[in-house]
Design a protein around this ligand. Structure first.
Ligand code: CMP
Length: 133
């Protein structure tokens, strides 16, 4: 089934000039970019995006990271795209992520793991409404 997912190329990706490299990974795997923007996230946007982690000891660090410089938000579309993008991105911790995954290639740490992707079509719809309001 054709789905949409929401991806963030987080501030460390933009700071290190990795936008093109990461987009290439998605595009050469037949995923279609159907919406994209570079923006400075506000604290409100970051807090809403990570609302499920509110109360976690790392929550404030996540919000500071996402808001420290511009990020790229994009929508990818394709068959089973939610799962496919999560596989391409790899595990949350880059140290444990499989070879050739985006986080193994470019991720810096568990906190600064360079990319985000929605974990379900329902999350994708909620997250799209934050970044593409
Ligand atoms: P992301 O996929 O954007 O979604 C939630 C984020 O929380 C995750 O990437 C990690 O960057 C971060 N995260 C999850 N667990 C931890 C943790 N134990 N310590 C720090 N950051 C975490």
């Amino acid at each position: 089934m054709t789905e949409k997912t929401l991806v963030l190329l987080k501030p460390d990706a933009v700071e290190r000039n990795l936008i093109g490299n990461i987009l290439t990974e998605y595009e050469r795997n037949d995923l279609k970019v159907t919406d994209m923007k570079l923006l400075q996230a506000s604290s409100e946007m970051a807090e809403e995006h990570y609302v499920e982690h509110k109360g976690q000891p790392f929550f404030n660090r996540l919000v500071s990271y996402l808001t420290r410089s511009p990020l790229v938000a994009l929508v990818l579309e394709g068959e089973d795209v939610v799962n496919r993008v999560r596989t391409l991105n790899g595990t949350t911790d880059p140290e444990e992520s499989g070879d050739n995954t985006i986080r193994a290639l470019y991720g810096l740490s568990l906190s600064e793991n360079t990319v985000h992707a929605s974990d379900s079509p329902e999350s994708a719809a909620r997250e799209r409404s934050i970044w593409f309001a």
